[in-house]
Design a protein around this ligand. Sequence first.
Ligand SMILES: *Cc1c(COP(=O)(O)O)cnc(C)c1O
Length: 365
Amino acid sequence: MPVPFADLQLQYQTIKGEIDGAIAAVIRDNAFIRGPYVDAFEREFAGMAEVKHCVSCANGTDALYLAMAALKVAPGDEVITTAHSWISTSAMITHAGASVVFADTDDTTFTIDPAAIEAAVTPRTVGIIPVHLYGQPADMDAIMAIARKHRLWVIEDCAQAHLARYKGQQIGTFGQAATYSFYPGKNLGAMGDAGAVVTNDSALAEHMTMLARHGGLAKHQHHIEGVNSRLDGMQAAILSAKLPHLPGWTRARQDAAKLYDAGLNQIEDVVVPAVDAGRDHVYHLYTIQHPRRDALAAHLNAGGVQTAINYPTALPFLAAYSRLNARPEQFPNAHRAQGRILSLPMFAEITPEQQNEVIDLVRKF
Ligand SMILES: *Cc1c(COP(=O)(O)O)cnc(C)c1O
């Protein structure tokens, strides 16, 4: 039996009544843009994320832009982020008007290395964007200590890490603001694009709300020049229907990760995901490392198992950053990882039979 990388259709089938009802209600109420379904989701998500304010927006990329624009980054400012992430994280630094400064990851968790952040700080540095990559929290104690020492803001990119915890505290509650993506494949996914930025700072929340809605809170009162980054009612209602299931889905991912760990960690050359003490990983992705990654991927794919590489090129080495002339020695961990990482099928509904098929194929290889 083929094993898909993720199975969104299966998840829909398990809660079809709730989703169909939510969509029908939005159509019945003509609540397509903003409106009660969006307000309700913002309240509910703020509760689940343990923050005071949730500002919904069109996607997780815009969320990063809104947070940085509200923190008033300016040309000449430098923002430090990880060399290993999806490009939204770094691209929005540029679009918000600042300069991207990459820091390498540590050598085990794929998250930003606090020592590399410290080494990258200059008098122009204004902020840090750690990414809780694959669902594992970055080292927030060390990152917040650096931020306090140099008076920098921190925006946590939580796009892959809904409900993850660091030493018992939910991620997204450490910095000035935190951004979420509800892209369909994320741990909490809409049926289209959706995102949010959360904060405990009321003034920042109001500013981000204005920015996302054409610069005003009430119709025709534009206090600033904003953008159009609204969450639509349909996506909000779908997300509200899914939100109560998120804790259970998260536990299911963690259980699936345990099964993979047990089956894979004795196999020669396979490195299973390392989780640092005090970090609760929520396994948006279950990413192993292997010295012959491409051959292993081909073997799995030929056996009907879908895999992915997240991501094949570390950010500093993408064509988009050729201006930085990055050398592998500057980002040794991110550079080494890009040739070794392989993400295996992972979703809340994956069965032990499917996982054992994956494990058997890896063992045969
Ligand atoms: C998915 C993702 C984003 C962007 O979210 P979109 O909703 O697709 O715009 C940003 N950062 C990280 C780390 C992501 O995984």
